[in-house]
Design a protein around this ligand. Sequence first.
Ligand code: GRG
Length: 305
Amino acid sequence: MTTGAEAASRGVADYLAARRQDVDRALDRLLPPEDAWPSILHRAIRHSVFAGGKRLRPILCLAAAEVLGAPALDVLEPACGLEMIHTYSLIHDDLPALDNDDLRRGVPTCHVVFGEATAILAGDALLTHGLGTFAAYPKGDRHAAAKVRVLETVVDAIGTRGMIGGQMADIEAEQETAPTAALLTRIHENKTGRLMRASLYAGAILAGADGATLARIDLYGSRIGLAFQIKDDLLDVESDAATLGKASNKDAAAGKATFPVVWGVERSRALLAENVAEAVAAAEALPGGGGVLPALARFIGARKS
Ligand code: GRG
């Protein structure tokens, strides 16, 4: 495994590719093999986890830990727990009762291939497995207190006052004829932003960060979380399914409240740039100028999928 500083100098794309490989190898080790009983469930889990994906949440966790002086290897398994939880949310979000999507990460969605019941259970299993990962890793008594804090942080971020709450509010907002910018921001801060923030925060906790550093990491996380969602909404109207690996123009067609709908494309682009700039400034105040974190924020604002 290379260090963050070395990788950052090779550019963020190389850093992402290297970390993605680390994460994929660890995920393969942590998840039950396809032939383990009950095989259909493990095949469904692996179908969704290894279909692709940017591995952004685990990479944010690894990057935060590295910037704050912890060896990335120390946080690799908890980082994978974040990806398991993220993939659970994608599987459930794609179900017919929610977004009813056929394509995810460039392949047919879990319920399309394995049926709805198996997809529900695959999501449940990934959530359970992900939480178990925070309890089990890093190994060793000296990490006991940090592991409890990570578990609390993630559970809070993905619960009714976080990701699931944001999803519920998103569903309710479909009935709103004129959703406000404040409502839209609140939905996405929770639905998308909280898990990203928690990913960075978890990496920082495991690196032993103090309160002031945690606050800076959290500011960075909140800005990239919003930037990520604004960019996602812009990509929905500006890109195509082949590039995105999922349907495009879906939000507009479904009459969903999105940043371009509420603010218009130009203002959304300006808001994206503002959030990226604030994230970069927060990261640059961290030790070593934030290592790869400023470049990661810029990548999130410029990504194509
Ligand atoms: C249904 C439990 C449940 C939660 C729903 C987070 C969430 C709430 C649903 C995920 C689906 C979704 C469309 C969320 C919006 C954020 C988003 C664009 C997620 C996709 O994340 P990427 O682009 O995906 O990081 P990859 O495939 O690269 O990992």
